[in-house]
Write a protein of this length. Structure first.
Length: 396
Protein backbone atom coordinates (compact mmCIF):
# COMPACT_ATOMS: atom_id res chain seq x y z
CA UNK A 1 0.00 0.00 0.00
CA UNK A 2 1.41 3.36 -1.03
CA UNK A 3 0.76 6.64 0.79
CA UNK A 4 0.09 9.93 -0.91
CA UNK A 5 2.54 11.34 1.64
CA UNK A 6 5.29 10.01 -0.62
CA UNK A 7 4.23 12.61 -3.16
CA UNK A 8 4.75 16.37 -2.93
CA UNK A 9 1.60 18.26 -1.81
CA UNK A 10 1.13 19.46 -5.37
CA UNK A 11 1.44 15.93 -6.82
CA UNK A 12 -0.95 14.53 -4.23
CA UNK A 13 -3.61 17.15 -4.96
CA UNK A 14 -3.20 16.64 -8.71
CA UNK A 15 -3.45 12.89 -8.34
CA UNK A 16 -6.57 13.20 -6.19
CA UNK A 17 -8.31 15.49 -8.67
CA UNK A 18 -7.58 13.07 -11.55
CA UNK A 19 -8.82 10.10 -9.53
CA UNK A 20 -12.03 11.80 -8.52
CA UNK A 21 -12.75 12.95 -12.06
CA UNK A 22 -12.59 9.41 -13.41
CA UNK A 23 -15.25 6.80 -12.91
CA UNK A 24 -14.33 3.48 -11.36
CA UNK A 25 -15.09 1.82 -14.69
CA UNK A 26 -12.36 3.87 -16.31
CA UNK A 27 -9.74 2.76 -13.80
CA UNK A 28 -10.63 -0.84 -12.97
CA UNK A 29 -7.16 -1.82 -11.72
CA UNK A 30 -7.20 0.75 -8.91
CA UNK A 31 -9.23 0.40 -5.74
CA UNK A 32 -9.10 4.00 -4.47
CA UNK A 33 -10.00 5.15 -0.99
CA UNK A 34 -9.12 8.83 -0.83
CA UNK A 35 -10.06 11.28 1.91
CA UNK A 36 -9.05 14.85 2.60
CA UNK A 37 -9.44 14.59 6.37
CA UNK A 38 -6.12 16.03 7.58
CA UNK A 39 -6.16 14.20 10.93
CA UNK A 40 -6.71 10.68 9.52
CA UNK A 41 -3.73 9.91 7.24
CA UNK A 42 -4.65 6.22 7.05
CA UNK A 43 -7.71 7.18 5.05
CA UNK A 44 -5.64 9.06 2.52
CA UNK A 45 -4.10 5.97 1.03
CA UNK A 46 -4.85 3.87 -2.05
CA UNK A 47 -4.25 0.23 -3.02
CA UNK A 48 -3.27 -1.48 -6.26
CA UNK A 49 -5.79 -4.26 -6.83
CA UNK A 50 -4.80 -7.79 -7.90
CA UNK A 51 -4.30 -8.37 -11.64
CA UNK A 52 -7.52 -8.83 -13.55
CA UNK A 53 -8.32 -12.05 -15.44
CA UNK A 54 -6.60 -11.82 -18.81
CA UNK A 55 -5.18 -13.71 -21.78
CA UNK A 56 -1.92 -12.74 -23.46
CA UNK A 57 -0.85 -14.15 -26.84
CA UNK A 58 2.79 -15.30 -26.73
CA UNK A 59 3.32 -16.70 -30.23
CA UNK A 60 2.31 -13.50 -32.02
CA UNK A 61 5.18 -13.72 -34.52
CA UNK A 62 3.59 -16.64 -36.35
CA UNK A 63 1.59 -15.70 -39.47
CA UNK A 64 -1.50 -17.46 -38.09
CA UNK A 65 -1.62 -15.18 -35.02
CA UNK A 66 -3.74 -12.48 -36.64
CA UNK A 67 -6.68 -14.84 -37.12
CA UNK A 68 -6.43 -15.93 -33.47
CA UNK A 69 -6.79 -12.51 -31.89
CA UNK A 70 -10.58 -12.44 -32.25
CA UNK A 71 -10.89 -15.77 -30.40
CA UNK A 72 -8.67 -14.51 -27.59
CA UNK A 73 -10.75 -11.36 -27.31
CA UNK A 74 -13.95 -13.40 -26.90
CA UNK A 75 -12.32 -15.72 -24.35
CA UNK A 76 -10.91 -12.76 -22.43
CA UNK A 77 -14.38 -11.22 -22.23
CA UNK A 78 -15.80 -14.56 -21.13
CA UNK A 79 -13.37 -14.77 -18.19
CA UNK A 80 -15.18 -11.82 -16.65
CA UNK A 81 -18.29 -13.98 -16.28
CA UNK A 82 -17.12 -17.62 -16.25
CA UNK A 83 -14.16 -19.33 -14.59
CA UNK A 84 -12.12 -21.89 -16.55
CA UNK A 85 -13.94 -25.23 -16.36
CA UNK A 86 -11.78 -28.28 -15.64
CA UNK A 87 -12.33 -31.07 -18.18
CA UNK A 88 -12.83 -34.49 -16.58
CA UNK A 89 -11.33 -36.43 -19.51
CA UNK A 90 -7.63 -37.01 -20.09
CA UNK A 91 -4.63 -37.09 -17.77
CA UNK A 92 -3.64 -33.41 -18.01
CA UNK A 93 -5.12 -30.33 -16.41
CA UNK A 94 -7.35 -29.14 -19.27
CA UNK A 95 -9.83 -26.27 -19.09
CA UNK A 96 -12.72 -25.09 -21.24
CA UNK A 97 -12.84 -21.32 -21.70
CA UNK A 98 -16.20 -19.77 -22.49
CA UNK A 99 -17.46 -16.66 -24.19
CA UNK A 100 -19.70 -14.12 -22.48
CA UNK A 101 -22.82 -16.22 -23.11
CA UNK A 102 -21.26 -19.34 -21.54
CA UNK A 103 -20.54 -21.30 -24.71
CA UNK A 104 -17.27 -23.27 -24.90
CA UNK A 105 -14.98 -21.58 -27.40
CA UNK A 106 -11.44 -22.64 -26.44
CA UNK A 107 -9.43 -25.32 -24.63
CA UNK A 108 -6.53 -24.26 -22.39
CA UNK A 109 -3.79 -26.69 -21.30
CA UNK A 110 -1.34 -25.18 -18.78
CA UNK A 111 2.27 -26.32 -18.90
CA UNK A 112 2.46 -26.75 -15.14
CA UNK A 113 -0.55 -29.10 -15.08
CA UNK A 114 0.66 -31.62 -17.62
CA UNK A 115 0.92 -35.30 -16.68
CA UNK A 116 3.56 -35.94 -14.00
CA UNK A 117 3.53 -32.26 -12.96
CA UNK A 118 2.97 -31.46 -9.30
CA UNK A 119 0.16 -29.02 -10.11
CA UNK A 120 -1.78 -31.55 -12.20
CA UNK A 121 -5.23 -31.67 -10.52
CA UNK A 122 -5.74 -35.25 -11.76
CA UNK A 123 -2.43 -36.60 -10.55
CA UNK A 124 -3.86 -38.40 -7.50
CA UNK A 125 -6.92 -39.62 -9.39
CA UNK A 126 -5.19 -41.24 -12.34
CA UNK A 127 -2.41 -43.75 -11.79
CA UNK A 128 -1.53 -43.50 -15.49
CA UNK A 129 -0.96 -39.75 -15.29
CA UNK A 130 2.55 -39.84 -16.70
CA UNK A 131 4.33 -38.50 -19.75
CA UNK A 132 5.38 -40.87 -22.53
CA UNK A 133 9.03 -41.65 -23.05
CA UNK A 134 10.90 -38.76 -24.64
CA UNK A 135 8.64 -35.89 -23.46
CA UNK A 136 9.65 -33.65 -20.55
CA UNK A 137 7.18 -31.97 -18.17
CA UNK A 138 5.93 -28.73 -19.70
CA UNK A 139 6.73 -29.69 -23.31
CA UNK A 140 3.30 -30.95 -24.40
CA UNK A 141 1.91 -27.41 -24.81
CA UNK A 142 4.50 -26.49 -27.44
CA UNK A 143 3.75 -29.74 -29.31
CA UNK A 144 0.06 -28.80 -29.47
CA UNK A 145 1.04 -25.51 -31.06
CA UNK A 146 3.61 -27.14 -33.35
CA UNK A 147 0.97 -29.38 -34.93
CA UNK A 148 -1.03 -26.29 -35.90
CA UNK A 149 2.01 -24.37 -37.13
CA UNK A 150 3.04 -27.33 -39.33
CA UNK A 151 -0.41 -27.41 -40.94
CA UNK A 152 0.66 -24.76 -43.43
CA UNK A 153 -2.01 -25.44 -46.04
CA UNK A 154 -4.71 -26.43 -43.53
CA UNK A 155 -4.62 -29.96 -44.91
CA UNK A 156 -4.68 -31.72 -41.53
CA UNK A 157 -7.52 -29.69 -40.03
CA UNK A 158 -5.68 -29.08 -36.74
CA UNK A 159 -7.71 -26.53 -34.73
CA UNK A 160 -6.05 -23.13 -34.40
CA UNK A 161 -3.64 -23.32 -31.47
CA UNK A 162 -1.22 -20.85 -29.88
CA UNK A 163 0.83 -20.37 -26.73
CA UNK A 164 -0.79 -17.92 -24.31
CA UNK A 165 -0.58 -16.73 -20.72
CA UNK A 166 -3.90 -16.90 -18.87
CA UNK A 167 -4.45 -15.10 -15.57
CA UNK A 168 -7.38 -16.38 -13.50
CA UNK A 169 -8.34 -18.70 -10.65
CA UNK A 170 -7.86 -22.32 -11.70
CA UNK A 171 -9.78 -25.16 -10.11
CA UNK A 172 -10.56 -23.21 -6.95
CA UNK A 173 -7.05 -21.82 -6.44
CA UNK A 174 -6.02 -18.20 -6.00
CA UNK A 175 -5.52 -15.87 -8.95
CA UNK A 176 -2.43 -16.93 -10.87
CA UNK A 177 -0.87 -16.72 -14.32
CA UNK A 178 -0.24 -19.89 -16.32
CA UNK A 179 1.42 -20.42 -19.69
CA UNK A 180 0.02 -23.11 -21.94
CA UNK A 181 -1.61 -23.95 -25.25
CA UNK A 182 -4.93 -22.41 -26.21
CA UNK A 183 -6.88 -24.23 -28.92
CA UNK A 184 -10.17 -23.29 -30.49
CA UNK A 185 -13.05 -25.52 -29.39
CA UNK A 186 -14.43 -27.70 -32.18
CA UNK A 187 -18.09 -28.64 -32.25
CA UNK A 188 -18.43 -32.38 -32.82
CA UNK A 189 -20.76 -35.37 -32.69
CA UNK A 190 -18.33 -37.43 -30.62
CA UNK A 191 -14.95 -39.11 -31.06
CA UNK A 192 -14.07 -41.82 -33.56
CA UNK A 193 -14.56 -44.50 -30.91
CA UNK A 194 -18.29 -43.65 -30.97
CA UNK A 195 -18.60 -44.48 -34.68
CA UNK A 196 -17.79 -47.25 -37.11
CA UNK A 197 -14.47 -46.39 -38.74
CA UNK A 198 -15.51 -47.82 -42.10
CA UNK A 199 -17.79 -44.82 -42.61
CA UNK A 200 -14.89 -42.35 -42.52
CA UNK A 201 -13.77 -40.87 -45.86
CA UNK A 202 -10.38 -42.11 -47.03
CA UNK A 203 -9.04 -38.57 -47.37
CA UNK A 204 -9.97 -37.74 -43.78
CA UNK A 205 -8.08 -40.77 -42.48
CA UNK A 206 -5.08 -40.04 -44.71
CA UNK A 207 -4.75 -36.43 -43.55
CA UNK A 208 -4.55 -37.49 -39.90
CA UNK A 209 -2.10 -40.28 -40.70
CA UNK A 210 0.21 -37.89 -42.55
CA UNK A 211 0.17 -35.49 -39.60
CA UNK A 212 0.89 -38.27 -37.11
CA UNK A 213 3.87 -39.48 -39.11
CA UNK A 214 5.28 -35.99 -39.59
CA UNK A 215 5.21 -35.21 -35.86
CA UNK A 216 5.49 -38.83 -34.63
CA UNK A 217 2.37 -38.65 -32.52
CA UNK A 218 2.72 -41.42 -29.93
CA UNK A 219 -0.78 -40.90 -28.52
CA UNK A 220 -3.11 -41.29 -31.49
CA UNK A 221 -6.03 -43.25 -30.12
CA UNK A 222 -9.70 -43.24 -31.08
CA UNK A 223 -10.61 -40.78 -28.35
CA UNK A 224 -8.64 -37.88 -29.77
CA UNK A 225 -10.13 -37.88 -33.25
CA UNK A 226 -13.33 -35.82 -33.33
CA UNK A 227 -16.14 -36.64 -35.77
CA UNK A 228 -18.68 -34.24 -37.22
CA UNK A 229 -21.19 -35.02 -39.97
CA UNK A 230 -23.12 -32.30 -41.77
CA UNK A 231 -24.99 -32.56 -45.08
CA UNK A 232 -23.80 -36.17 -45.51
CA UNK A 233 -20.16 -35.05 -45.22
CA UNK A 234 -18.02 -36.43 -42.41
CA UNK A 235 -15.03 -34.49 -41.12
CA UNK A 236 -12.36 -35.82 -38.77
CA UNK A 237 -10.49 -33.38 -36.54
CA UNK A 238 -7.23 -34.38 -34.84
CA UNK A 239 -6.83 -33.08 -31.26
CA UNK A 240 -4.43 -33.77 -28.38
CA UNK A 241 -1.14 -33.63 -30.29
CA UNK A 242 0.81 -32.85 -27.09
CA UNK A 243 2.55 -36.22 -26.93
CA UNK A 244 4.49 -35.93 -30.17
CA UNK A 245 7.99 -35.11 -31.41
CA UNK A 246 9.61 -37.08 -28.60
CA UNK A 247 13.39 -37.38 -28.38
CA UNK A 248 13.10 -41.10 -29.18
CA UNK A 249 11.58 -43.07 -32.07
CA UNK A 250 9.55 -45.30 -29.78
CA UNK A 251 6.01 -45.37 -31.16
CA UNK A 252 3.50 -47.91 -29.80
CA UNK A 253 0.68 -47.72 -32.37
CA UNK A 254 -1.51 -45.44 -34.47
CA UNK A 255 -5.27 -45.97 -34.18
CA UNK A 256 -5.75 -45.59 -37.94
CA UNK A 257 -3.51 -48.62 -38.50
CA UNK A 258 -6.62 -50.66 -37.62
CA UNK A 259 -8.74 -48.94 -40.27
CA UNK A 260 -9.03 -50.22 -43.86
CA UNK A 261 -8.60 -46.71 -45.29
CA UNK A 262 -4.93 -46.77 -44.25
CA UNK A 263 -4.29 -49.47 -46.88
CA UNK A 264 -5.71 -47.39 -49.72
CA UNK A 265 -3.00 -45.69 -51.87
CA UNK A 266 -2.53 -41.93 -51.54
CA UNK A 267 -4.19 -39.83 -54.22
CA UNK A 268 -2.25 -37.33 -56.33
CA UNK A 269 -3.28 -34.36 -54.19
CA UNK A 270 -1.76 -35.87 -51.07
CA UNK A 271 1.36 -36.97 -52.96
CA UNK A 272 1.80 -33.44 -54.22
CA UNK A 273 1.30 -31.97 -50.76
CA UNK A 274 3.83 -34.32 -49.16
CA UNK A 275 6.40 -33.45 -51.82
CA UNK A 276 5.99 -29.75 -50.90
CA UNK A 277 6.81 -30.23 -47.20
CA UNK A 278 9.99 -28.24 -46.51
CA UNK A 279 11.69 -30.13 -43.68
CA UNK A 280 14.50 -27.66 -43.04
CA UNK A 281 12.17 -24.67 -43.04
CA UNK A 282 9.86 -26.43 -40.59
CA UNK A 283 12.83 -27.35 -38.38
CA UNK A 284 13.96 -23.73 -38.20
CA UNK A 285 10.44 -22.57 -37.36
CA UNK A 286 10.05 -25.12 -34.54
CA UNK A 287 13.34 -24.05 -32.99
CA UNK A 288 12.90 -20.29 -33.40
CA UNK A 289 9.23 -19.86 -32.52
CA UNK A 290 8.66 -22.69 -30.03
CA UNK A 291 12.12 -23.54 -28.70
CA UNK A 292 11.69 -27.26 -29.31
CA UNK A 293 14.76 -29.30 -28.38
CA UNK A 294 17.14 -30.25 -31.24
CA UNK A 295 16.81 -33.98 -30.57
CA UNK A 296 13.04 -33.68 -30.88
CA UNK A 297 13.32 -31.70 -34.12
CA UNK A 298 15.59 -34.50 -35.34
CA UNK A 299 12.69 -36.91 -34.80
CA UNK A 300 10.50 -34.77 -37.05
CA UNK A 301 13.22 -34.72 -39.70
CA UNK A 302 13.55 -38.51 -39.64
CA UNK A 303 9.85 -39.36 -39.80
CA UNK A 304 9.07 -36.70 -42.41
CA UNK A 305 11.95 -37.88 -44.59
CA UNK A 306 10.59 -41.42 -44.25
CA UNK A 307 7.15 -40.15 -45.28
CA UNK A 308 8.42 -38.32 -48.35
CA UNK A 309 10.63 -41.16 -49.61
CA UNK A 310 8.05 -43.85 -48.92
CA UNK A 311 5.32 -41.99 -50.80
CA UNK A 312 7.65 -41.67 -53.78
CA UNK A 313 7.74 -45.48 -53.80
CA UNK A 314 3.92 -45.68 -53.61
CA UNK A 315 3.84 -46.90 -50.03
CA UNK A 316 0.46 -46.74 -48.32
CA UNK A 317 -0.19 -45.13 -44.95
CA UNK A 318 -0.36 -48.61 -43.44
CA UNK A 319 2.99 -49.58 -45.00
CA UNK A 320 4.69 -46.57 -43.43
CA UNK A 321 3.03 -47.26 -40.10
CA UNK A 322 4.46 -50.78 -40.11
CA UNK A 323 7.95 -49.29 -40.34
CA UNK A 324 7.37 -46.81 -37.51
CA UNK A 325 5.24 -48.75 -35.02
CA UNK A 326 6.26 -51.59 -32.78
CA UNK A 327 4.41 -54.83 -33.45
CA UNK A 328 5.75 -56.16 -30.15
CA UNK A 329 5.91 -53.68 -27.25
CA UNK A 330 9.23 -55.15 -26.09
CA UNK A 331 10.96 -55.14 -29.48
CA UNK A 332 12.16 -52.12 -31.47
CA UNK A 333 10.39 -51.09 -34.63
CA UNK A 334 12.03 -51.21 -38.06
CA UNK A 335 12.73 -47.48 -37.84
CA UNK A 336 14.26 -47.81 -34.36
CA UNK A 337 16.50 -50.59 -35.63
CA UNK A 338 17.65 -48.46 -38.57
CA UNK A 339 18.46 -45.60 -36.19
CA UNK A 340 20.45 -47.95 -33.95
CA UNK A 341 22.48 -49.13 -36.95
CA UNK A 342 23.12 -45.52 -37.97
CA UNK A 343 24.26 -44.65 -34.45
CA UNK A 344 26.66 -47.59 -34.44
CA UNK A 345 27.91 -46.41 -37.81
CA UNK A 346 28.63 -42.89 -36.59
CA UNK A 347 30.44 -44.26 -33.54
CA UNK A 348 32.69 -46.35 -35.77
CA UNK A 349 33.25 -43.35 -38.03
CA UNK A 350 34.24 -41.27 -35.01
CA UNK A 351 36.72 -43.92 -33.89
CA UNK A 352 38.31 -44.02 -37.33
CA UNK A 353 38.57 -40.25 -37.48
CA UNK A 354 40.16 -40.19 -34.04
CA UNK A 355 42.60 -42.96 -34.92
CA UNK A 356 43.99 -41.20 -37.99
CA UNK A 357 43.69 -37.79 -36.30
CA UNK A 358 41.79 -36.00 -39.04
CA UNK A 359 40.60 -33.32 -36.65
CA UNK A 360 40.82 -30.70 -39.39
CA UNK A 361 37.70 -32.02 -41.13
CA UNK A 362 35.52 -30.99 -38.17
CA UNK A 363 35.10 -27.40 -39.30
CA UNK A 364 31.90 -27.11 -37.26
CA UNK A 365 31.13 -28.19 -33.73
CA UNK A 366 31.43 -31.90 -33.08
CA UNK A 367 27.75 -32.00 -32.07
CA UNK A 368 26.67 -30.54 -35.41
CA UNK A 369 29.08 -32.75 -37.31
CA UNK A 370 27.85 -35.88 -35.54
CA UNK A 371 24.20 -34.92 -36.07
CA UNK A 372 24.62 -34.34 -39.80
CA UNK A 373 26.68 -37.48 -40.21
CA UNK A 374 24.20 -39.52 -38.20
CA UNK A 375 21.29 -38.38 -40.35
CA UNK A 376 23.26 -39.02 -43.53
CA UNK A 377 23.97 -42.62 -42.51
CA UNK A 378 20.40 -43.10 -41.28
CA UNK A 379 18.83 -41.82 -44.49
CA UNK A 380 21.11 -44.06 -46.57
CA UNK A 381 20.09 -47.07 -44.51
CA UNK A 382 16.48 -45.97 -44.74
CA UNK A 383 16.74 -45.86 -48.52
CA UNK A 384 18.04 -49.43 -48.63
CA UNK A 385 15.29 -50.60 -46.27
CA UNK A 386 12.55 -48.92 -48.28
CA UNK A 387 13.84 -50.36 -51.53
CA UNK A 388 13.93 -53.85 -50.00
CA UNK A 389 10.48 -53.33 -48.48
CA UNK A 390 9.12 -52.13 -51.82
CA UNK A 391 10.51 -55.16 -53.64
CA UNK A 392 8.90 -57.46 -51.12
CA UNK A 393 5.53 -55.71 -51.53
CA UNK A 394 5.62 -56.09 -55.29
CA UNK A 395 6.57 -59.76 -55.13
CA UNK A 396 3.60 -60.41 -52.84
Amino acid sequence: MLSTSSYTPHQARAFSRRALSSSLNDIPTLAINLSFAPLTPLNSRFQIASPRPSIELLTNANPSASSFIELISRAREGLKYHSPQLCEDGVNGTYFLKDKSGENIAVFKPQDEEASSENNPKRDLNSQSSLPQGILPGEAASREVAAHFLDHEHIYGVPRTHLVKVTHEFNGTELSSKIGSLQEFIENDGSSEDFGSRSFPVSEVHKIGILDIQILNVDRHAGNILVRTRNNTTTLTPIDQGFSMTDTLHCPWFEWMNWPQSKVPFDDDFKSYISRIDIEKDAQMLEKELGIRPECIRTMKITTTLLKRAVELDFTLHDIGRIICRTNPDEPSILETIFAKAYIGIEKKREIIGAIRLNSICTVSSATYDEDALLEILFNLLGYELASFSTGRKSN
